[in-house]
Design a protein around this ligand. Structure first.
Ligand SMILES: *Cc1c(COP(=O)(O)O)cnc(C)c1O
Length: 427
């Protein structure tokens, strides 16, 4: 641990974690071989041992930055679950039933992230549309069977690969006429709707078809609709809004705003489809075999659902606005600096701080500031939309720093504020 505040905060949460888990005494009784290591119940600091620097995450829930940290109640539940084996199937079924009940849908499974959820959703829909197609038949035996996923051109993205690996292919549509024609072909197994594509001009152009119309046409043709809402909690109510609207399957990432294990996720929806999705997950040897979710992640995800539902929409927003205000206070007197708070409409729906400046006045460029913050001790990562053109609902540009405050640990807002001030002032 590199900063004073950080180490204080983490030892506090560690203490709370072991109080909650009630396993400290068990671990303390570990064999003498471990006696030389740091106090066993604290665990060895493998980041330090391996020489991997911890960072201050002023970016957001990015996979490359290991996304969110689990809250103490989730960590404690994981720790406790790790102490006992169970029958995997029992845990998969009971956790799914529990989550479905709490999130007001028919069926649910814990997946290996939202990407794993998209793959299992596709596998389920391939089987649903092709009677007799076994879970071991994908992707090698799908020739001559239905295998198309209908997607708006503006909703195409890197996660399409999660569908391709089942043997599915994409039929791209732009207009309503395209969409109806594609649905009439009779070879579609599913549609995929990228939820956040509606908040901006998509990745490949403007999406023309909204959710209600999208659902209506697909359902007239008996085609199930999958919605990718990976990064779209908060608001908490999104966890039941889209299944309630009629989406047959909805994927959420578990390690983003929900703060479960980074490699967990949720697939929610119609029970006959989530049951098929589970059939494609381990221990079966189908396409989902490499998407194993261990007991620790399953329990962690259930605990994360409970953690999310222990909040109100207001308390879920934490003190993010206060953190933004504190950083603004530190930079607002710097010549040419203006600040703006932005809450993206759909994905990452929390306050982000935009700090705009004129490099001709400050004498430093965005690239120099980013490098300086990375070299800070501890290293600080700004939101990757920094210096970027408008994207993901964040109106950035070449001379704008974007600060994502929601993944900061207690006290880090002040560290970030001071470091940004120093960088802007070329100090
Ligand atoms: C993050 C993300 C995913 C992948 O989520 P994982 O939980 O990391 O697998 C998929 N789709 C969208 C839109 C995302 O933002």
């Amino acid at each position: 641990m590199s900063s004073h505040t950080e180490s204080r905060a983490s030892s506090l949460s560690r203490r709370k974690f072991f109080q909650l888990s009630g396993t400290a005494s068990l671990l303390a009784a570990a064999p003498a071989a471990f006696a030389a290591a740091p106090r066993a119940e604290e665990g060895e600091d493998y980041y330090a041992k391996l020489g991997v620097p911890t960072i201050i995450n002023a970016a957001g829930t990015y996979t490359t930055m290991t996304a969110a940290c689990m809250p103490p109640s989730v960590l404690a539940a994981v720790q406790r679950a790790a102490l006992h084996p169970v029958r995997l199937h029992d845990l998969q079924v009971k956790s799914g039933e529990y989550i479905a009940r709490r999130l007001q849908c028919e069926g649910a499974i814990v997946t290996s992230g939202a990407s794993g959820a998209i793959s299992l959703a596709t596998a389920a829909c391939m089987q649903n549309a092709n009677p007799g197609l076994g879970y071991l038949d994908m992707p090698q035996s799908i020739d001559g069977r239905k295998n198309q996923v209908i997607v708006q051109k503006a909703h195409r993205y890197g996660y399409d690969h999660a569908m391709f690996l089942c043997g599915a292919r994409v039929t791209e549509v732009v207009t309503m006429d395209d969409y109806k024609r594609a649905a009439d072909q009779g070879n579609a197994v599913m549609t995929n709707f990228f939820n956040a594509a509606e908040e901006e001009d998509g990745i490949a152009g403007t999406a023309q078809i909204g959710r209600e119309e999208w659902l209506r046409v697909a359902h007239e043709h008996n085609i199930p609709c999958h919605l990718d809402a990976a990064a779209d909690m908060p608001p908490i109510s999104n966890l039941w809004k889209y299944t309630g609207m009629g989406f047959d399957l909805v994927a959420f990432s578990g390690g983003k705003g929900m703060r479960g294990p980074q490699n967990a996720g949720l697939l929610l929806g119609k029970k006959h489809l989530t049951d098929l999705a589970l059939r494609n997950a381990p221990p079966g040897d189908g396409v989902g075999r490499g998407m194993k979710v261990a007991k620790e992640q399953i329990v962690g995800m259930v605990a994360a659902v409970d953690w999310v539902l222990s909040h109100t929409e207001e308390s879920m927003q934490g003190d993010y606005q206060k953190r933004v205000d504190l950083i603004v206070k530190h930079v607002k007197d710097i010549p040419s600096v203006t600040t703006l708070t932005v809450v993206p409409k759909i994905a990452n729906h929390v306050p982000h701080l935009l700090i705009r400046f004129d490099p001709a006045v400050t004498g430093v460029t965005t690239q120099e500031i980013v490098a300086k913050l990375r070299a800070h001790e501890p290293s600080i990562e700004l939101n990757p939309n920094t210096g970027h053109k408008p994207n993901q609902g964040i109106p950035s540009d070449a001379n704008t720093l974007v600060v994502g405050v929601w993944m900061l640990q207690p006290g880090e807002d002040e560290t970030v504020a001071k470091a940004i001030r120093a960088a802007l002032k070329k100090a």
